[in-house]
Design a binder for this molecule. Structure first.
Ligand SMILES: [Zn+2]
Length: 299
């Protein structure tokens, strides 16, 4: 039997991305043409075609404006998670601001769906060495699994020496699973291979080879995609740096075809399915994984 890998979707619109946040004020979000329904339904249709369930990290702002979309995701059997409320980078927030944003997002998603999320992904993977304090607040608010620490070097996020597989972190408010976006070890460097712009940039054969390598070591991988990545006709924004605009638009037209093939190649499920399938998972589906006592004070 092939291992189950996590298929995850960060439900946000094209104008929410962090690379554009300096030029697009949050108070202007309502002025943009919304495309999130279109992109999310494309993902839902693809998942249905492959009889696959996934975890959707929803922006609280989206849940408040499009509760029907959250209901559609939930009704199809998918798992809900939070992608924050305002898509603000965690390391730019104080612990109080982070707490308030998290609670607002959990409340918005619960109001829309009747279900309070137990999974979280920070905007732009912004739990870094400077914001590890956030893990305690996540555990305190009932989050069971976080997927925010990218074990790579990047200009906006990442902890290059972080653990690359699922592990449990002890926080003062209890344990929290960390399921990082997956990387392949290539020439001694952690190479991001599991979603977003990296998935669009690399040839599919290369991605498949790297992901197979992870599965061959009996490890599940964590894949992620955004609804706007399946929407090549989205409005072009003339904001952000040239590099940011390139990262945002590269190969948008082929994402859907590549995803279709990826879903045929690997076995996917929700985050809860991956945890329940891990060796040593208990009767409640909680995995017994490596526990790590991390200094969570951060700086
Ligand atoms: Zn995001």
């Amino acid at each position: 039997m092939k291992p189950i890998n996590a298929f995850t979707v960060d439900v946000e619109d094209y104008y929410h991305v962090s690379a554009f946040e300096k030029e697009i004020s949050r108070s202007d979000w309502d002025r943009f043409e919304s495309r999130v329904m279109r992109g999310t339904h494309r993902v839902l249709e693809l998942l249905a075609k492959h009889d696959t369930l996934a975890t959707f990290f929803v922006l609280g702002w989206i849940a408040d404006r499009f509760p029907r979309l959250v209901q559609d995701i939930h009704a199809a059997g998918h798992e809900l998670g939070s992608h924050s409320y305002w898509h603000r980078l965690v390391y730019d927030l104080s612990p109080d601001e982070f707490h308030n944003d998290l609670v607002a997002s959990l409340t918005a998603i619960e109001n829309a769906s009747g279900s309070r999320p137990i999974n979280y992904r920070a905007p732009s993977f912004s739990i870094t060495k400077h914001s590890l304090w956030a893990l305690k607040i996540l555990a305190e608010q009932g989050i069971v699994c976080d997927s925010s620490i990218f074990p790579i070097r990047h200009d906006r996020y990442g902890i290059p020496d972080a653990r690359t597989e699922i592990h449990s972190i002890d926080t003062p408010c209890g344990p929290l699973y960390e399921f990082p976006p997956s990387v392949a070890r290539v020439a001694g460097v952690n190479l991001p291979v599991s979603g977003g712009g990296y998935f669009r940039l690399y040839p599919l054969a290369w991605t498949v080879r790297c992901l197979r390598q992870i599965n061959s070591e009996s490890r599940p991988f964590m894949f992620y995609v955004h609804p706007w990545e399946l929407d090549p006709d989205q409005p072009r924004l003339s904001v952000g740096s040239q590099l940011s605009r390139l990262r945002h638009r590269v190969n948008l037209a082929s994402t859907e075809r590549k995803l279709d093939e990826l879903l045929s190649t690997f076995r996917f499920g929700r985050v809860c399915d991956v945890l329940a399938a891990m060796p040593g998972a208990d009767r409640n589906g909680r995995a017994k994984v490596h526990r790590e006592s991390t200094a969570l004070a951060g700086d």
